[in-house]
Design a protein around this ligand. Structure first.
Ligand code: SF4
Length: 466
């Protein structure tokens, strides 16, 4: 997942743009970019692998003055893309994933279009979106037509002479939120980016809705759709704790998740703790509900390490997982520990680093509690690069069945014998004393939106798309 941010100011926007974009640094790891409107478009892109957005852009942003700008922390592609079109020059950033990108690119090639950004034979998704938009009668028409062509998800910001167009993905997988500060406007993936810049949430853009922000204010160009399939994982792991989506704050959902885990649990323990940062709020919720004291047997050295979820290479993810957490033996030795985490993806980091570190430091018991049900399917909408094959639950099923099976419904069913066997296999594999997952209904209750308004594909394999 990428993070996108835009701002329209009555004066110079560069400080807001710089810090607002930087507040999305937890979402992407490959590239970052800024573009401002100053008679025409000024743009800068940097590779941010192994470095921080602020360090890379500090010199650039001070030269990028203008009243409107957009920025991105990109999980994969180089962005913003700048296009000189029949609509005039524009810059565009996207947050999403397009499943039929290569097919669409082939069609465009046939029509005589060309792409300037191609990596390992694959087109840049942002450039593809831009090329689809310019086929429209207007920018708004182009965005709408683009949505009818793509399969996947795409929220975008488009900086043009008239202002910043903001369009949220038609199924709403990714959020887009408008903030207001007197006569200034911002739009962001993460509403947490508004707080220290003085913006207040004005509106959650609806799925499929298109708005424009400019010096005259906010104008809706196309109304949204009733259908919503916002990513549930935003609340469980990917989102920033201070953010809210659809009016629901991330940290409070995580506390509820922990509380719901505790209400079905009777384990006796000396402390409840979480894997920082995303496991922490789940553990706080568990501690509040169970009365078991919250402690920190593992601490994160600095936020300087990337999240181990987002870097594309497994070696990088493993290295980060190993290095960023430091155990405190004085707190761990001889103790019964309830460990809360957001999810188990492959399980190897948990096993090789977290559990291993706790055991080495003399933990007596490790009771692992997971804030969501077992992950059965990798994200189809751009949140991760996992494959089905490597998911911990699938490894368990493969071992129990002696082969990969396609129909895993019986393992998803939380009260089935097969589900229990699968959890038992993962417990043994991780080397923990006990393991419990959140029930799907409890996770949905903790988020607080109707089930039909959430994407639950990771757990159910059902997109629920229309
Ligand atoms: S598949 Fe999972 S990670 Fe992807 S959008 Fe749906 S809930 Fe979110």
């Amino acid at each position: 997942m990428s993070g996108i941010f835009g701002v329209v100011s009555q004066t110079d926007c560069r400080n807001d743009l710089f810090y607002g974009t930087d507040y999305h640094s937890h979402l992407g790891t490959q590239f970052a970019g800024l573009a401002v409107w100053h008679d025409t478009i000024l743009r800068k892109i940097h590779d941010i692998r192994g470095s921080q957005f602020k360090a890379k852009f500090f010199e650039d942003y001070r030269k990028m003055n203008g009243k409107m700008g957009i920025g991105v922390i990109s999980v994969k592609d180089e962005q913003p893309i700048c296009i000189h079109s029949k609509f005039g020059p524009f810059a565009i950033v996207i947050n999403g994933f397009i499943e039929n990108a290569q097919e669409l690119a082939r069609q465009l090639y046939k029509e005589g279009q060309s792409f300037s950004e191609v990596t390992e034979g694959k087109v840049n998704l942002t450039e593809l979106v831009a090329k689809l938009i310019i086929r429209g009668e207007s920018i708004v028409d182009g965005i709408e037509r683009m949505y009818t062509k793509i399969s996947g998800s795409c929220s975008l910001l488009l900086l043009s002479r008239e202002g910043i167009y903001a369009a949220r993905d038609r199924c709403g997988y990714t959020p887009l939120i408008i903030g207001q500060r007197e006569t200034d406007w911002a739009v962001a993936t993460e509403s947490s980016s508004f707080l220290n810049l003085g913006f207040a949430i004005k509106k959650y853009i609806q799925p499929g809705e298109i708005v424009i922000l400019n010096e005259k204010g906010l104008e809706t160009k196309r109304k949204g759709r009733r259908m919503n399939k916002i990513c549930s994982f935003l609340w469980i792991y990917t989102g920033f704790p201070a953010s809210s989506y659809e009016g629901i704050n991330v940290e409070t959902v995580r506390e509820k998740c922990g509380g719901y885990l505790a209400r079905h649990d009777s384990v006796k323990a000396d402390m409840a703790c979480g894997i920082p940062d995303s496991g922490t709020a789940h553990a706080i919720g568990y501690a509040m509900r169970s009365g078991i004291p919250f402690r920190r047997p593992l601490v994160k050295y600095t936020p300087g390490f990337d999240r181990s979820y987002t870097p594309p290479s497994q070696e990088t993810r493993d290295f980060i997982a190993k290095m960023k957490l430091i155990p405190i033996p004085e707190i761990i030795k001889g103790k019964r520990i309830v460990f809360c985490d957001d999810s188990i993806v492959r399980g190897t980091q948990l096993k090789n680093y977290t559990v291993h570190k706790l055991r080495e430091c003399g933990a007596k018991e490790i009771h692992l509690r997971i804030a969501c049900p077992p992950l059965m399917f990798p994200c189809r909408f751009g949140y991760s690069t996992r494959t089905t094959h490597e998911l911990a639950a699938r490894k368990a099923i493969r071992s129990l069945e002696g082969k990969d099976i396609e129909d895993v419904r019986v393992y998803i069913s939380e009260d089935s014998t097969q589900h229990k066997k699968m959890v038992g296999w993962i417990t043994k594999d991780l080397g923990v004393t006990t393991l419990k997952y959140q029930r799907l209904s409890d996770m949905i209750e903790a988020i607080g939106l109707p089930r039909e308004d959430l994407c639950l594909y990771c757990w159910t394999g059902n997109t629920g798309r229309k």
